[in-house]
Ligand binder design. Structure first.
Ligand code: ATP
Ligand code: CA
Ligand code: CA
Length: 179
């Protein structure tokens, strides 16, 4: 699937939360996300703009673990890219498999994410450790579909939230100074 996404830096979440209530966005979850990004032995993901990640999200006494591949960004204004995600049962073993075939852990990102649903967009309020406060709006598109309308809709939603600047195409890793 194609992840159509736009990220924006915000100074605080209070105004955004007020607007979310006004437009009738529904709060659907809160997640503490702990991410480890890997680099590949056969090419430099910082150069190719790809990403490989193991994400852990503690939930009801256990944790959800997701392995994610992201392709390079597909346009010049958003963070739209191919995204493939799969649940895995054991993060240490997954990391060990990657380590044994030459992949190296490159960086960690940790954040608290509050997720809202508005129409068919997911709106995340991200408090990222050592980086700051960000809003992300995301829609899904099919691989063979034109995603430009989805990008326009995302910017429309940002307008409804009173956010018209602060758009950020750099990843949390780059904002941490990793790239
Ligand atoms: P998601 O939207 O999937 O929840 P996120 O919001 O936590 O992810 P993003 O900043 O949107 O994080 O995306 C992760 C980014 O990390 C990708 O844009 C990817 O290109 C970048 N990245 C991955 N590996 C590296 C690396 N080795 N060097 C620099 N950047 C990397
Ligand atoms: Ca993102
Ligand atoms: Ca996303």
């Amino acid at each position: 699937m194609i992840e159509v996404e736009v990220k924006a830096h915000v100074t605080n979440f209070e105004d955004v939360k007020e607007k979310l209530t006004e437009i009738g966005a529904e709060k659907i979850g809160t997640e503490h996300q702990m991410d480890v990004y890997f680099n590949a032995p056969h090419r430099d993901f910082a150069q190719t703009d790809e990403a490989l990640r193991i994400r852990e999200i503690p939930e009801n006494g256990g944790k959800r673990i997701i392995l994610t591949y992201k392709g390079a960004k597909l346009d010049g204004v958003s963070k739209t890219r191919k995204e493939i995600e799969v649940d895995v049962s054991d993060s240490e073993k997954m990391a060990s498999i990657l380590g044994n075939i030459g992949f190296r852990a490159a960086a960690n990102v940790e954040k608290d994410r509050v997720i809202y649903l508005f129409n068919d967009s997911l709106i995340s309020l991200d408090q990222v450790k050592k980086v700051g406060s960000f809003v992300e709006i995301e829609k899904e598109a099919k691989e063979d579909e034109d995603f430009k309308d989805a990008v326009d809709e995302i910017f429309e939603t940002y307008k409804k939230l009173g956010i018209e600047e602060g758009f950020e195409r750099r990843s949390y890793l780059e904002l941490m100074g990793v790239k």
